[in-house]
Design a protein around this ligand. Structure first.
Ligand SMILES: Nc1ncnc2c1ncn2[C@@H]1O[C@H](COP(=O)(O)OP(=O)(O)OP(=O)(O)O)[C@@H](O)[C@H]1O
Ligand SMILES: [Mg+2]
Length: 274
């Protein structure tokens, strides 16, 4: 966890393969329309927060080697909400684990604000700059929902603008639809969808630059899922965060700014008209 730390049927406005332009992909790359203007005051300069350069990843197990990611170039920008699509086993979780600093690529490099993650330190990057909502939640099962959130805040040093960490944690839990009674329950006494919401609140509690989420709405009903998507959109468009979500849900992809698809180790991009 972050304490230390399908395809859509939508019609793309543009489709291209990052890396085929001769530059890195992402906002500002040739052939891509301008990304939505950020509202965080970061200005018109380079809004790239995370850059993948020639990233390949291969899992070695016994005699078999699985090449999951192949020479991916992509630049993720602040103030932008991304959805990553792709068939099961195409490498979405692998991509997220590299981009969130849980693992290092077999080859290529990843940089945050121009600094190589290897140089910055993966632990430091995860603690200060990137939060992840995992496919399997990764909650501390001996704690309550509230303790899961406050513990993450303590470990990452996140301080609320006003009030206590406890108050902020309760506020975030309420925002994702968990009342005070649920907040005080051991997480194993919550349903799967409620545990998922605890994981979302925990990630939101850590004031980071990039939020990664692996199938965050998979266990949620449509209304609750929409509430989570609204939070992601606000984080990107009002707070200038970079939000990267793996999801099979059309509901999520259709509301993000950019839709990335992983297939056969390659990443392609569509830009949603807004
Ligand atoms: N630790 C590992 N060791 C060996 N192979 C792995 C490991 N983790 C993942 N893989 C393999 O890498 C490929 C990509 O896995 P990954 O979990 O990234 O896919 P995914 O797109 O997230 O799939 P899903 O949609 O089912 O979650 C799969 O073939 C998987 O079996
Ligand atoms: Mg996965």
């Amino acid at each position: 966890m972050n304490l230390s730390a399908s395809d859509t049927g939508q019609t793309p406005e543009t489709t291209r393969t990052p890396g085929t332009t001769g530059t890195t992909g992402g906002p500002g790359a040739a052939g891509a329309p301008a990304a939505p203007a950020p509202t965080d005051g970061s200005g018109s300069g380079d809004r790239t927060v995370l850059r993948l350069t020639g990233v390949s990843h291969t899992y070695a197990g016994g005699r078999r080697r699985t090449a999951v990611l192949k020479n991916i170039d992509y630049a993720f920008a602040r103030g932008t909400f991304y959805t990553v699509l792709g068939p099961s086993g195409s490498g979405k979780t692998t991509l997220l684990s590299l981009a969130s600093g849980l693992d290092a690529p077999t080859s290529g490099s990843i940089s945050f604000d121009g600094r190589d993650l290897a140089e910055l330190g993966l632990g430091r990057y995860r603690n200060r700059h990137a939060a992840t909502i995992f496919q399997q939640y990764n909650l501390l099962t001996y704690m309550t929902a509230l303790q899961n959130v406050t513990t993450a805040m303590e470990i990452t040093g996140a301080k609320p603008v006003s009030g206590s960490r406890r108050g902020r944690a309760l506020e975030l839990l309420q925002q994702v639809g968990l009342d005070r009674d649920m907040a005080r329950r051991n997480v194993l006494r919550l349903s799967g969808g409620q545990q998922q919401r605890v994981a979302i609140a925990r990630a939101l509690a850590c004031d980071v630059d990039i939020l990664f989420a692996d199938e965050p709405t998979g266990n949620l009903d449509e209304d609750t899922a929409q509430g989570i998507v609204d939070i992601f959109r606000e984080l990107a468009h009002k707070q200038g965060k970079c939000v990267v979500v793996v999801s099979h849900a059309q509901q999520v992809a259709a509301q993000s700014d950019r839709v990335l698809t992983l297939r056969k180790g390659r990443l392609t991009e569509q830009v949603n008209p807004r």
